[in-house]
Design a protein around this ligand. Structure first.
Ligand code: PMP
Length: 399
């Protein structure tokens, strides 16, 4: 009898578990479209030039690694604020944004969730149906009851926007609504600017608490364009949460660089909120690590590197779009009768392919093509060498 005798085996993480299965697959043509990671046209995880240049500059003047402040590197936090809200925008210039460096976008969400739990322990959390798997688990673990708002309409291949609005309108005041700021994961379907206006109006009318998850800024239409939803919430005079991830946009997955920003009513309120966010951080992991934050701050705050980053991010965005088109063309060439052009209407890294679980399992077992059981495939992991094979495989399971 040990202390751990009664410990049950937890289920494998649905996505990271796929990675393990992929690694063990001996099929030489195997393709991993499971995890949300961008690979370049050679199938390699990129190390961005701007990141290398920033690292070189940092190494030219090596610094000792003391503890960072609890809320992270000030130059980093300021760069995040500028990126999310606009450098000269009123929320930033008036000092009413509280931003903390976080361990990736996940860390930003978690700090926000813990803070919200203390603030309003009885609030419910609404996430989109479907959403990134970890949203539900993370907010549940923070102690919340998590429910969903309508989002995906499988029959229509798009957003069930009326359903979404109905869900928001039916929510109790104070309900926390997790919204994907851009590049919805997993479906690839975003709402239109006009629909955002309606969401903002509903959130305001019902006094809901918006939590915008921005994990893919720059992967949809552009850095500014992808941040447009944030501007709408600001314009409506709302206070809200934004989590930022640089995992994808800087290809710095393993450095865990992200942030949480809370837009408050005024500067004094932001100072109080910041003090509470710092307690959440202090009692969890004390303070964030130095390297990733230093690199991102260097890039964002150095005009030449910033320019380079925008170009490199732009190239990733364009390549994903090319792969969407290659997928649609390739499926047609492989004999798929069904109109698959919806894949080019989707945006960001993912495509909800419309394939069912059986088809996804066949893709894996017969072809070594790994996507999630829900039919999500990561378009950002396709390249000119593997897209033809993937199309053939999909065509076979669609027969
Ligand atoms: N939110 C969404 C919607 C995501 O897709 C991801 C990453 N897959 C995250 C948050 C977390 O990002 P990070 O890896 O930086 O923690």
């Amino acid at each position: 009898m040990s202390l751990f005798s009664a410990v049950a085996m937890a289920p494998r993480d649905p996505i990271l578990g796929l990675n393990e299965q992929y690694a063990a697959d001996t099929n030489p043509q195997k393709v991993n479209l499971g995890v949300g990671v961008y690979f370049d046209d050679n199938g390699k995880l990129p190390l961005l030039q701007c990141v290398q240049a920033a690292e070189k500059a940092l190494m030219d003047t090596p610094t000792a690694r003391g503890y960072l402040p609890i809320d992270g590197i000030a130059a980093y936090d300021n760069a995040v604020k500028a990126l999310v809200f606009g450098a000269d925008a009123e929320p930033v210039t008036s000092g009413r944004v509280a931003t903390v460096q976080a361990l990736g976008g996940t860390g930003g969400l978690k700090i926000g969730a813990d803070f919200l739990k203390k603030l309003n322990p009885d609030a419910k959390v609404l996430i989109s149906d479907p959403s990134w798997e970890n949203h539900r688990a993370l907010f549940t673990n923070a102690g919340f009851t998590v429910e969903t708002y309508a989002y995906y309409d499988a029959a229509k291949r798009g957003v069930n926007f009326d359903g979404m609005l109905d869900s928001l309108n039916a929510a109790a005041p104070g309900t926390i609504v997790v919204l994907h700021a851009c590049c919805h994961n997993p479906t690839g379907y975003d709402i239109t600017p006009a629909q955002w206006d309606q969401v903002v109006a509903a959130v305001k009318a019902k006094a809901l608490v918006p939590f915008l998850d921005m994990a893919y800024q720059g992967f949809g239409h552009g850095i500014q364009e992808d941040g447009a939803a944030i501007q709408k919430f600001v314009a409506a005079g709302l206070t809200f949460f934004v989590s930022t991830s640089f995992s994808k946009s800087f290809s710095l997955y393993g450095e865990r660089v992200g942030a949480l920003s809370v837009l408050c009513q005024d500067k004094e309120e932001a100072a109080r909120v910041l003090s509470q966010l710092k307690i959440t951080i202090r009692t969890n992991y004390s303070n964030p690590p130095t390297h990733g934050g230093a690199v991102v701050a260097k890039v964002l705050n150095t005009p030449a590197l910033r320019q380079q980053w925008e170009e490199e991010l732009g190239a990733m965005r364009v390549r994903i779009k090319e792969m969407r088109q290659a997928l649609v063309d390739g499926l047609k060439a492989a004999g798929v009768q069904q109109d698959m052009s919806f894949m080019t209407q989707q945006i960001g890294m993912f495509s909800y392919s419309g394939l069912n679980k059986d088809q996804m399992l066949r893709l894996r077992s017969e072809f070594g093509v790994y996507g999630t059981d829900t039919g999500r495939i990561c378009v950002a992991a396709l390249n000119r060498q593997n897209v033809g094979y993937v199309c053939q495989a999909i065509a076979k399971v669609m027969q």
